[in-house]
Every structure is written in structure tokens, then in C-alpha cells.
Design a protein around this ligand. Structure first.
Ligand code: COA
Length: 143
């Protein structure tokens, strides 16, 4: 399926981004909405996957802290998974982080997705921990 990954602004794309995250995190993964909507989105760089008909079916965000970028809220609607969209979002956010001068990237990976992030060069460290009721591990990579 033809798609593009593009930068998104929270101010103009928030309805579409919220719809994807609501479906994937709040409904599919039962994340508490108060944790999902943590108030950081306005400060983040966002990326979305857009189909040729305009529909937005995936998203992710980058939050900058000093020279470290934190990637999070990576989500692709279930019916579009396994087509390279998730990896394309991740690469886009890593490129964004490099462009704005970040030296390292980190993220909290749901343990089922460790392999996915390892494919993009992330390395897990530290023990497993609970976030939003889901087991996670920290992952990092140099940029
Ligand atoms: N576990 C292990 N491997 C995975 C994986 C997972 N959860 N998701 C994808 N992969 C693998 C794919 O098999 C693919 O490998 P291949 O190239 O050999 O086929 C590779 O990683 C790239 O996958 P891709 O198609 O780009 O990923 P996607 O579009 O399916 O999106 C997620 C990946 C994680 C964003 C998507 O599964 C999702 O939205 N999951 C629910 C929300 C979630 O868990 N987000 C992550 C929070 S840390």
C-alpha cells in the first residue's frame, strides 16, 4: 500500500493523531487515557503515516531533553501493520532528531516490541518495568 511519512504539527494534526492513539493505546491496549494524554504533545515533534487517499494510519513523537531525544507513542492501526510503516516512522523521527542536533535517542519499549526497535539500532538496558500496566524496557542508541 502506498504511504508517506511526514512531519505533523500538533496544532493542525491533533485530531488524526489522537484518533490513531485512541484506537491503538486506549482501546486495543487498555492504557488509561490520563496516562496517554500526558500534556507533552504540544512540545513534541510528531510524524504521521499518510495513505494516498489522505487517511492517517500511524504516528510517533519525539521529545527533546538537552541533547537526548525521547521517542514514544509509536502506533500503527492494526490492519496496516507489517508493511514497514512503523519502521518508516521510527527512521523519520531518528532523522528529525539528528537534524535538530540530538546526540542520542532513547525510548521505553513494550517488551513485545524489543525486536522491532533492535532493527533500528536500539539496544535494551536495565530491568523490565511497568508503565501503564504494560511491561517495558529502556532502549538507547547513539545518533
Ligand atoms: N515485535 C516484534 N517484531 C515486530 C513487531 C513487534 N511488536 N512489530 C513489528 N515487528 C517487525 C516486523 O515483523 C518487521 O519485520 P520484517 O521487516 O522482517 O517483516 C519489522 O519489525 C518492521 O515492522 P513494521 O511493519 O515497520 O512495523 P509496524 O508498521 O507493524 O509497526 C508497531 C510496529 C510496534 C508500531 C505496531 O506493531 C503497533 O502499533 N503496535 C501496537 C502499539 C505498540 O505496541 N507500540 C509500541 C510501543 S513501545
Amino acid at each position: 500500500m502506498a504511504f508517506e511519512v511526514r512531519a505533523a504539527r500538533w496544532s493542525t494534526d491533533h485530531d488524526a493523531i489522537r484518533a490513531v492513539r485512541e484506537t491503538v493505546f486506549v482501546v486495543e491496549q487498555s492504557v488509561d487515557p490520563e496516562l496517554e494524554w500526558d500534556g507533552l504533545d504540544e512540545q513534541c515533534h510528531h510524524a504521521v503515516v499518510q495513505l494516498s487517499d489522505g487517511r492517517i494510519v500511524g504516528t510517533g513523537r519525539l521529545w527533546c531533553n538537552g541533547d537526548e531525544g525521547k521517542i514514544g507513542r509509536m502506533a500503527v492501526l492494526r490492519e496496516y501493520r507489517g508493511q514497514g510503516m512503523g519502521l518508516a516512522i521510527l527512521e523519520f523521527l531518528l532523522e528529525t532528531a539528528r537534524r535538530i542536533g540530538m546526540r542520542r535517542a532513547r525510548l521505553n519499549a513494550q517488551t513485545h516490541a524489543l525486536d522491532f526497535y533492535e532493527r533500528a539500532g536500539f539496544v535494551a538496558g536495565g530491568p523490565e518495568f511497568d508503565e501503564a500496566g504494560i511491561p517495558h524496557r529502556q532502549m538507547r542508541r547513539e545518533l
